[in-house]
Design a protein around this ligand. Structure first.
Ligand SMILES: Cc1cc2nc3c(=O)[nH]c(=O)nc-3n(C[C@H](O)[C@H](O)[C@H](O)COP(=O)(O)O)c2cc1C
Length: 413
């Protein structure tokens, strides 16, 4: 990888982080209270809109050897607080670590001499034709990674022809991002406590051409993230709150309103989104067969298996371990989307074999964005595609449908 180290603007939050690294225990007491009833994202303070921050600025293709090295390079160029926010998981990061460990513990079983020449990676999901089964998951505040923000990522998605899910917490308004990847956008929703505001966001998305709403169901409350507390990090309001309530001009108040979520979220709320918009609804964060079965029975359009990359409830199982039981429960009645721990083509293959129809890859795309803007994020997607191609060829899978469980080795007890 050819990456230049560069200077970056120190933010107030980063300066605080430097002090906090000297006395982390003290920093925890000094940080904003995080406890029962504290809602996610609602911790902006007056004056936060003046905190300056700058992500990466370079625009270039990356020669990617593996995504772990991208993480190391991104750390060198990003402000500490922003890097920590992207890198981190919740709690002691047990689930984040387990996602990667569990993924690597699944062995492939190649069927050699199968006569497969060039595997076909193309697939479809909910009416979208994809050249390969990898899409972009919703991630808040791409401005933490790169000055091109979500426009950079959407440009990358468009270049490779795939779907991008836009986080409700995007820096750039959903209407502008949609123009960068027209026809291939889904809108993520942190269901707000204020139903009028919830309606405003989903109707804006419909109007702008998004074809699905992706309500995230695993984050009705904050599970503390040690990293952010230690760094006293809050996403700088100055980066932009693209989907803040239209009738709230005060940016700090708007940021906090975005953070006030409906804590008693339930299936009726999911159905309500469908009734209001007529769009596809994909609950994100399903981690049990029971929730998946109900999602199918309530007429939701897909099942999104994810533990938020280990950023929601720490201590839950690695998402890949839950996937086969969930797929068995769904029985093909709805497509399955999977994320949490995809780092190589092998991982895409493992998830497909265990029942996913498409996968999403999170942090590596933001590291690619940080290091090379739209071309960097595009390089990550192409790296995963090319690696999957090799794995499919070597395991003897001619197309996505043939990536089945018999291409994985049984566990030896
Ligand atoms: C910086 C960052 C911000 C995220 N923001 C959101 C978000 O706004 N909404 C959401 O549903 N998931 C969010 N996620 C979780 C991702 O959608 C995805 O589930 C996760 O990144 C997958 O794990 P991976 O990073 O190991 O690939 C975020 C993840 C990261 C790394």
């Amino acid at each position: 990888m050819d990456v230049q180290r560069r200077d970056f603007l120190l933010t107030g939050a980063v300066a605080a982080a430097a002090a906090a690294s000297v006395a982390p225990a003290l920093a925890q007491t000094a940080a904003a209270p995080v406890g029962p009833g504290t809602e996610r994202g609602g911790n902006a303070r007056p004056g936060d809109e003046r905190i300056q921050y700058q992500g990466g600025t370079e625009v270039k293709r990356l020669r990617i050897i593996n995504t772990a090295e991208l993480e190391i390079e991104a750390e060198k160029i990003l402000p500490k607080g922003g890097y920590g926010y992207i890198f981190g998981g919740s709690g002691s990061e047990y689930t984040k670590r387990e996602n990667l460990r569990a993924m690597e513990s699944i062995h492939l079983e190649p069927h050699f001499l199968s006569g497969v020449g060039k595997p076909d990676l193309s697939t479809t999901i909910l009416g979208h034709k994809l050249p390969f089964p990898i899409i972009v998951p919703p991630m808040g505040s791409h401005g933490l990674a790169h000055v091109s923000k979500e426009i950079g990522t959407a440009t990358a998605a468009k270049a490779v022809g795939t779907v991008m899910m836009l986080s409700m917490q995007s820096n750039v308004p959903l209407e502008e991002v949609a123009k960068a990847n027209p026809g291939n956008m889904w809108m993520q929703l942190y269901f707000p406590a204020d139903r009028g505001y919830a309606r405003e966001v989903i109707m804006r998305a419909k109007e702008a051409g998004y074809t699905a709403i992706v309500p995230t169901i695993d984050s009705t409350l904050a599970y503390p993230r040690d990293n952010n507390i230690r760094n006293d990090f809050r996403i700088p309001v100055s980066l932009g709150k693209g989907n803040a309530p239209l009738n709230e001009p005060d940016t700090v108040k708007a940021a906090n309103m975005m953070g006030r979520r409906k804590v008693d979220l339930n299936f009726d709320d999911m159905v309500w989104i469908k009734e209001q918009t007529g769009l596809k609804v994909i609950p994100k964060g399903i981690m049990s067969p029971a929730t998946a079965i109900q999602a199918v029975e309530r007429g939701l359009d897909a099942v999104y298996v994810s533990n938020h990359g280990g950023r929601a409830l720490d201590g839950v199982a690695p998402a890949i371990n839950q996937l086969p039981r969930i797929a068995d429960a769904v029985r093909g009645r709805a497509p399955i989307i999977f994320d949490s721990g995809i780092r190589r083509g092998q991982d895409v293959f493992r998830a497909l074999a265990l029942g996913a129809d498409v996968v999403a890859c999170g942090r590596p795309i933001l590291y690619g964005l940080a290091l090379g803007g739209p071309l960097g994020a595009q390089s990550v997607l192409e790296y995963l595609r090319d690696d999957l191609y090799i794995v499919m060829q070597l395991t003897g899978c001619k197309d996505i449908k043939s990536v089945t469980r018999d291409r994985l080795a049984p566990r030896i007890a």
